[in-house]
Design a binder for this molecule. Structure first.
Ligand SMILES: CC(C)(COP(=O)(O)OP(=O)(O)OC[C@H]1O[C@@H](n2cnc3c(N)ncnc32)[C@H](O)[C@@H]1OP(=O)(O)O)[C@@H](O)C(=O)NCCC(=O)NCCS
Length: 170
């Protein structure tokens, strides 16, 4: 499979390259550390490993696919979707502080879920979101996902009370 570039009206999604490591590091902030429960800023070697792992997943048709989010030619975040079987694909996303509140996350979710429904035999896209993460809940709703239920502990590893948002196959 070729590695798809997904083009929206605001964002362009492309698979990260090793040259993107420094831009990714520059986007780290306390907000994403909070919601991803990171102990602090990601060390450079973790980001290098991350970029290598996402490229490996594309090369080997892995179950999780990740794109960098570009806004006005600048790396503004990332998004991934994972086929966990039983018709369900799980989303995860981050937008860096300088690129927030410009519709980047919502449009990226729409592009990635459209890609998944076209390429995978999945019936629903799911986001598992901390009930206190109002930005992410608003973003999921903006992208057409709807609150479904309190998430099952098998669906996440974070410590908060987590909610399941769902977008059914159109
Ligand atoms: C959540 C996050 C990805 C949103 O990214 P973004 O690109 O700023 O979101 P968008 O601009 O696409 O906003 C989509 C909707 O959410 C709303 N929204 C975004 N951030 C918000 C905030 N901090 N508070 C309230 N609403 C917010 C926007 O107003 C918009 O709704 P509208 O179009 O009805 O006005 C970003 O804040 C982030 O990376 N946070 C840290 C990591 C994280 O929480 N990831 C998700 C884990 S589940």
């Amino acid at each position: 499979m070729t590695w798809p570039v997904l083009v929206g009206s605001r964002v362009t999604l492309k698979v990260l390259r090793p040259a993107d490591v420094d831009s990714w590091l520059a986007g780290d902030d306390e907000e994403q550390q909070r919601w991803f429960e990171a102990p602090g800023p990601a060390p450079r070697e973790n980001v290098v490993r991350h970029v290598s792992a996402v490229r490996e997943a594309w090369a080997t048709a892995g179950s999780k696919r990740h794109w960098g989010i570009w806004l006005d030619g600048i790396l503004g975040g990332g998004i991934d979707i994972e086929d966990r079987g039983q018709g369900s694909a799980y989303l995860s996303y981050v937008v860096f502080p300088a690129s927030r509140r410009r519709g980047a996350a919502a449009e990226s979710i729409s592009l990635v879920t459209a890609w998944a429904f076209e390429n995978w035999p999945v019936n629903r896209a799911i986001a598992i979101i901390d009930e206190l993460n109002l930005a992410s809940r608003a973003t999921a709703e903006r992208a057409g996902l709807r609150f479904d239920a309190v998430a099952d502990p098998t669906e996440y590893s974070e410590s908060g009370r987590m909610l399941r948002y769902v977008l059914p196959r159109p």
